[in-house]
Design a protein around this ligand. Sequence first.
Ligand code: HEC
Ligand code: HEC
Length: 482
Amino acid sequence: MRLLLLAGCAVLTIAIAGCSHPYSVEKATSARNDSETADPGDRDSAHDDSAAAHHDHSAHSEHPHADHAAPPPAAHHEPASHPVSPATDSADADHQDSDSLTPLQIFKKRITPILQAKNPSSCSECHLSGVDLKEYIGPDQETTFASLRAAGLIDMENPDASKLLKFIDRRPKQPNLITDKIRREELAAFRAWIRAAVQDPKLATAQTADANLGPQIPDEVIRHARKDRVLASFIDNVWSEVGRCAACHSPDRNQKQVKEHGEQVSWIKLRDPQATLDYMLEAGIINPDDPLESMLLTKPTMQVEHGGGQKIVVGDRTYKQFRRFIEDYAAVVNGVYETVEALPPESSEVSQVSEIWLKFTDVPARFDKMLLRVDLYRWNRESKSWSPDHWATADRLIAGDRRLWQQVLTITAPRDSERAGHIRREPRLPPGVYLAKVYIDQTEKLQKQYPAELADEDFIGQVEIDSRWQPGYGRMVVAKFP
Ligand code: HEC
Ligand code: HEC
């Protein structure tokens, strides 16, 4: 798993928010900005301070705080670009006043309002569910402090190094501007309060019976709902297959389709799986409210009309992968998972569609329109045996009228194997002899019993194929049906 995640991050560094852990530069910069804009001579009244805080929260609810929101008006963004004015941007301005306020005043003016904010906290930019800053705020100051301290989130010696502040200060490489503003406010508020609170002898000895602030779900569930993990799963399950749709849906190849059908056919965003996922959500191609109605499933299976015809069938390999991602995504964003057991098990192999074609001729006509799956096992000359796991697979309906079956191969490897790292970059099959094992679904069990698999009872026969396995429709590998 680790290997795959790293591979995903390396290929897509720019696109993936959660892969970066920008503690260093950004953190130093934002800390410096705070002290630069602070004017020690200026002590606004408490009245101004609270008015500013209040105004600011209504401002949040006016702007939907969503990952996919359009960029906000520039004026809301850069606090340094205009004189600090409490009426328009309080984040850094009211930070200056902290020194003159008691911890309780700061808690009430700046921490409690976070609880009432309608929008999710800045955490949501990387955690699609399971984590919200609100969960770290208790019913009162004492409980909050004692509980955060007990959880190791407050550093009494060096308050600015408190773990909670580090959580808040995690920024994606390309943060959403609205979220980034919320983040600065959250950080300034908690920093001001923690700085003041650690010096308050009463708080320092505060006890709590209810030391249970923070997320109430296991770390593994939090991890599963992280945006970078979700993207890795998208790459695993969907991006690895879109090569099959590229001829009509990738902007570098589909001019004719665009002319005839419009821009919306270009749903693949070149070399950018995160942008592709974002677009699919925006366009309803993936629909977390009604997963099975997602066009990613209904179009290529012809459950609804599709300009490209039937590309996959319910229950086949690609369908399973698409559905697996969509259902998991829906469960993540809807906060369905509460226990580790509820998480879907990780598939034991990785795969990537290639451009190598395999054709079987002389397929008996009685198998017309049944799904045929082939698995390829590689011959090992040293051990004089077939590989224990398959190196490639493919499935598709049989064209009985023409007595043939053909499909591009999907290259596969066990998730933890060395091979797994390679196939993402270059889905190839080394030249040589492979054993092709053929299975046919004669009872439509794949369609009727999702997520059924073809097994021994569906085995039809096997044939050895020796080839250089070159990519390209014109270089199709042809074998006789066993
Ligand atoms: C820039 C992306 C990003 C943001 C924003 C972010 N986190 Fe995280 N969070 C991560 C990553 C990455 C990890 C995994 C950290 C690790 O393994 O070291 C993580 C892990 C966690 C964990 C689990 C602890 C663990 O060790 O796995 C908690 C709890 C958490 N974050 C809370 C928060 C809270 C609360 C916020 C908002 C105040 C937040 N995070 C904002 C990226 C982010
Ligand atoms: C031979 C060309 C072709 C291939 C290959 C193809 N499609 Fe399509 N697809 C189209 C055309 C044309 C349209 C536009 C007309 C329509 O909506 O049916 C379309 C529309 C779609 C849409 C609706 C997009 C929108 O926002 O309206 C989805 C989703 C889709 N296809 C999914 C797929 C998937 C998934 C694959 C690969 C497994 C695929 N298609 C392969 C031709 C193709």
